[in-house]
Structures are given as C-alpha cells and as structure tokens.
Design a protein around this ligand. Structure first.
Ligand SMILES: C[S@@+](CC[C@H](N)C(=O)[O-])C[C@H]1O[C@@H](n2cnc3c(N)ncnc32)[C@H](O)[C@@H]1O
Length: 274
C-alpha cells in the first residue's frame, strides 16, 4: 500500500526516542501497514467500528489502549468482537476540565454518569480491562513501555491534546505495533468555530514524519501509523481527500458550520445515517 519504505539501520534514534528492533514482542501476526491485507480490511469496512474490528483481528492485537472513552460504546464493541484482546486500558478523566475547549467538556454530573455507564458496559470484560481515570499525562505512567499492540487516540483533539497523546503513547507501543485514531478531520473546524480547532490532521502526519514512521489516512476520519524500525516516513491517503495538508487549506471554508451539519456528519460516521 502506498510508497515503498526504504530499509534503514537496525536501530533508529530520533531525539530522545530510540526505536529498537523487535525483541520477542509477542505480535504473532505482525502485519505491516503496506500489506494488501490492510487495504482489503479498509475497503470492506462499512463503519468505523467495523474497520477497527477487522484491523484488530488481522493484527491479532492483545494489549490495547483507548485514550478517550466517553460512554465506552467503542470499547464494548471491540471487547465483544476481538477475542484476542487480553488487556484493555480505558483512559479518560471523565472530569470537567477548565482548559479543554471542546463540546464534550460537560458538567461533572454528566461525566460521572458517563464513567459509571462505561464501567457497567464493560463489566463482562472486567478481568481484561484496566480503568485509568485521568488525563493522558497523569495516567500514562501506569502502562509499561513497549507493551501495547495498539493504541486508539480519541481524547483531546486540539493541538495540545494530540501533541501530548502521540508523544506520550509512542514509547508504550511495541515495535511493529500501531497507533490509530479518530477525528483525522479534513477541516480543522470540525466543531463550530467558537471551540478550539481539531488538529489531529495534520499534526499526526508531522509527528510521523518527525519520527520516521509510516502513516495512512483511512475512511471515516481515521488514521493509522506503525512503529517500525525498518521503515521511513510515508503518508498514504486511501481516501483521496487529504491532498493538501496546509493549515491554510484545512482551515478554509467551513469556519461557521451549523450544528445540524455537525450532527448529520457525526451520525454518518457512526453508520447511523446514509
Ligand atoms: C470523543 S470522546 C471518546 C469517544 C470514544 N472513543 C468512542 O469512540 O466512543 C472524547 C473523550 O476524551 C476525553 N478526554 C478529554 N481530554 C482528555 C485527555 N487529556 N486525556 C484523555 N482523555 C481525554 C473526554 O472526557 C471524552 O470522554
């Protein structure tokens, strides 16, 4: 899929990060981001949930982190559909945050309810789940380095949030493991313009470039990057909608989207509206 990656030395050093070659990393089915298997999985998916279930099965992911849980609908679905998952970290503050300017920063009472709902919904997998209530920076230390097959980033999508999440999560991923994420939106005004813009796109691509890793844009506003010692940076767009990643382009046009448009877009992404 996409560009050929050039083999590099057996060890990469980028800033403070050293990407070591795989050592017994327990990924029994180490797929590569450029495998045709991955493209088939993408083409066949009809919803975001479908896409990640297919992917996690193909990758045989056992240890998973989700950053940003909300009411655990995604969590529940993955835990139900992906038998190979043995440990699932659920990381979310479920707290009203004084410095997070996004629509889901609701009253504490509602967030407490979302937390309780999340715990209830995943009770059937209590032996597998690890609930980490707090922000990424506060809780990431509970996860061992090089231990995750897959992390799904779906928390604070502002520039601050995605920067912190990607920098903090990468060292936790096993070699050949993956980071996926939501809200790789092609317009930074994903929410009405009185909120902070969403900058998962293009920041994730710049991060992959800085870390010399391959990254792929997927349907339903999703992205996927792989922690690899034997690959260079490449950006592959499977959707054809991310031709120009300049902020000038990504911030043009929809600065005043209506709440109705936003509701429809959200329902379409969830597969609830055609
Ligand atoms: C879009 S929702 C997550 C949706 C969920 N992943 C799903 O697919 O159903 C975003 C969540 O991110 C959480 N969040 C906000 N800031 C965060 C941070 N700094 N670290 C981790 N989670 C955060 C919010 O509390 C909220 O529940």
């Amino acid at each position: 899929m996409g560009k050929q990656s050039t083999p590099v030395t057996d060890k990469k050093r980028i800033g403070n990060f050293v990407l070591k070659p795989p050592v017994n990393n327990n990924i029994t089915n180490a797929i590569k981001i450029e495998d045709p298997q991955l493209r088939q999985m993408v083409v066949g998916a009809t919803t975001r949930l479908d896409l990640w279930v297919n992917f996690l099965r193909a990758a045989n992911a056992r240890t998973v982190l989700e950053v940003g849980i909300w009411k655990a609908d995604f969590t529940k679905h993955l835990l139900q559909e992906c038998d190979a998952i043995k440990r699932y970290y659920m990381l979310d503050p479920w707290a009203h945050l004084p410095d997070w300017d996004k629509p889901l920063n609701l009253k504490q009472e509602l967030l407490d309810r979302a937390y309780e709902e999340s715990v209830q919904k995943t009770e059937f997998a209590a032996a597998k789940r690890v609930v980490l209530r707090g922000r990424t920076r506060e809780m990431i230390g509970s996860i061992p380095d090089d231990s995750l097959d897959f992390a799904y980033i779906d928390g604070d999508h502002t520039l601050r949030g995605i920067t912190i999440d990607l920098i903090k999560v990468l060292p936790k991923i096993k070699m050949d493991g993956f980071i996926g994420g939501d809200d790789f939106a092609k317009n930074v005004w994903q929410h009405p313009s009185h909120y902070e813009p969403t900058l998962v796109c293009p920041f994730s691509v710049y991060f992959a470039e800085a870390m010399e890793l391959p990254i792929v844009a997927l349907p339903f506003d999703q992205f996927l990057m792989q922690k690899r010692a034997d690959a260079c940076f490449s950006f592959t767009d499977t959707t054809g909608v991310y031709k120009d990643l300049s902020i000038k382009k990504l911030s043009s046009g929809w600065a005043n989207i209506s709440p109705i448009w936003w509701a429809k877009h959200t329902l379409k992404k969830a597969g609830l509206l055609r």
